[in-house]
Write a protein that binds this ligand. Structure first.
Ligand SMILES: NC(=O)C1=CN([C@@H]2O[C@H](COP(=O)(O)OP(=O)(O)OC[C@H]3O[C@@H](n4cnc5c(N)ncnc54)[C@H](O)[C@@H]3O)[C@@H](O)[C@H]2O)C=CC1
Ligand SMILES: O=C(O)/C=C/C=C(\O)C(=O)O
Length: 479
């Protein structure tokens, strides 16, 4: 399967004819190739976007909305094809791709197709001065969207949909590790009638293709989701060029469990918040803190449930845990399990590579629970981004709050309690962009989404995203 760039509404080979192998995580085999695009391809994508901008930015909101909603409907109509492609490319269970990834990608287009018709700007009457101010929200121009491999189409479209809804034209790059569904999206955009050049998709490595987008002098904003180190690098390049930046980066999220919670709901959701998508979601609750009075019971029940999860081929409907995304990522995650042992962590379950019959070279790993005795060990501080969680007990609210906040990250936090006062106090004091109480990953696309500290800057979602993808211009009229 050969993937091509999508530029000016057409599929084309990379101009310098360099290619990268595409691997299937389920069996470790190369099953296709993707462009290794260079600045020449990014320039071509930029030129197409620039040409499309004057017309697209003046296209009525109703027309933009109709096209976005059409893309959403086409994604829904082709869910089987997209889910199968996502599962093969990423290693995630097909059941997850069908239930979460592709429906959410469709929702992203539908949501922003509707949101743009509701987006309004402010006006301020300068009372006593005889003037009125109104704010225009104008599209920025050509913007760059760079997304990671863990939720490929889900996160790619989470950026593209608001960008084009707001009237921008886009140069976008999916992860080179999971390019397939972004490639298929081009076909859908043509079928939905998206004018050529509004969306351009270039494939390739972060350090060359991604870097060329970030360094492009006329691409005026960058929306990025990925690792914290990459985000810091992008900020160093883009900041002196005065680009608008939205950075959604890593997490090391606390999952705080009090004895007064609804135990069964907490237990089932905690299995999901620990291991959904092989633990490769920046929102996973990878540090589990349990109130001492229920710690031993939780440990026993949690380990039993985790040990029962089925690690298997992603295409099997019964698989709970598929393959990790790449060999190098599997090695990174296994490296942390080795570190845990050196740090005197106790592996309560998992810890080993899994050999799936018939797919011996796939990147499978047992879901792993590590009991730690101190919160400042490396496995409790560094983002592992795999099917690995730590657990430890706590006794007081003050103690758990301090441990929860004592990491460099601040993306999300989950609280399990039925105590209202505690809920409100802790939600207030947790250093995180998102706090879930008695739930996890319950998403309302209108809400602000993003993190604090090393988890990034800026917010995606709802009108926040439309504000990011527009420039505010104030007009003051004296009457
Ligand atoms: N916050 C999150 O949701 C994610 C966090 N991660 C974390 O990051 C670690 C590293 O994973 P990677 O795959 O290396 O993520 P990454 O941050 O390198 O990749 C994300 C995207 O950025 C692009 N990219 C890489 N270098 C770039 C550059 N210099 N300029 C522009 N674009 C660039 C990549 O090609 C990809 O499209 C993971 O182990 C995990 O801990 C990874 C993916 C998502
Ligand atoms: O928007 C969401 O619902 C989830 C976003 C998840 C990430 O950004 C991530 O895992 O990288």
């Amino acid at each position: 399967m050969t993937i091509q760039n999508y530029i000016n509404g057409q599929f084309q080979d990379p101009l310098e004819n360099n290619w990268i192998d595409n691997y299937s995580p389920a069996n470790g085999e190369i099953y296709g190739k993707i462009p290794s695009s260079t600045t020449t391809d990014v320039d071509a994508a930029y030129t197409a976007a620039k040409q499309a901008f004057p017309s697209w930015s003046k296209t009525t909101l109703e027309t933009r909305s109709r096209i976005l909603i059409k893309i959403s409907e086409l994604l829904e109509a082709h869910i089987q094809r997209f889910a199968a492609a996502e599962s093969k490319d990423n290693g995630k269970p097909i059941s997850l791709a069908k239930a979460v990834d592709i429906p959410r990608a469709a929702s992203n287009f539908r949501f922003f197709g509707n949101a743009i018709t509701q987006f309004a700007s402010e006006s301020h009457e300068s009372v006593g001065q005889g003037a009125v101010n109104y704010t225009l929200r104008q599209p920025i121009g050509v913007v760059g969207c760079i997304s990671p491999w863990n939720l490929p189409l889900y996160l790619f479209t989470w950026k593209i949909a608001p960008a084009i809804a707001a009237g921008n034209c886009v140069v976008a790059k999916p992860s080179e590790v999971t390019p397939m569904t972004a490639y298929l999206l081009g076909e859908i955009c043509n079928e939905a009638g998206l004018p050529k050049g509004v969306l351009n998709i270039v494939h390739g490595l972060g350090t060359s293709t991604g870097q060329a987008i970030v360094e492009h002098k006329d691409i005026k904003a960058i929306s990025f989701t990925g690792g914290t180190e990459t985000g810091a690098h992008i900020a160093r390049v883009a900041a002196p060029m005065f680009k608008k930046l939205s950075l959604e980066l890593g997490g090391k999220n606390p999952n705080i469990i009090f004895a007064d919670c609804d135990y069964n709901d907490m237990l089932n959701t905690t299995v999901r918040s620990s291991f959904a998508n092989q633990g490769q979601i920046c929102l996973c609750g990878s540090r589990i803190f349990v109130e001492a009075s229920i710690y031993e019971q939780f440990k026993k029940d949690f380990v039993a449930k985790v040990s029962a999860l089925k690690v298997g081929h992603p295409s099997e409907e019964s698989t709970n845990i598929g393959a990790l995304v790449s060999k190098s990522h599997l090695e990174k995650v296994m490296g942390y399990i080795a570190i845990a042992k050196e740090e005197n962590g106790t592996i309560l379950c998992g810890g080993n590579k899994v050999t799936v019959k018939g797919y011996e070279n796939g990147y499978y790993l047992e879901p792993t629970v590590i009991e730690v005795t101190t919160d400042d060990c490396r496995v409790n501080q560094e983002e592992i981004f795999g099917p690995v969680v730590t657990i430890m007990p706590f006794t007081t609210e003050e103690e758990v709050l301090e441990m929860a906040n004592k990491v460099k990250y601040g993306l999300s936090a989950t609280l399990w309690t039925n105590n209202l006062k505690r809920t409100m106090q802790l939600s207030n004091q947790l250093q995180a962009g998102i706090v879930w109480v008695n739930t996890w990953m319950m998403r309302d696309l209108r809400t602000p989404f993003g993190g604090v500290k090393a988890s990034g800057v800026g917010r995606e979602g709802g009108f926040e995203a439309l504000r990011f993808f527009t420039e505010a211009k104030n007009v003051c009229i004296k009457y």
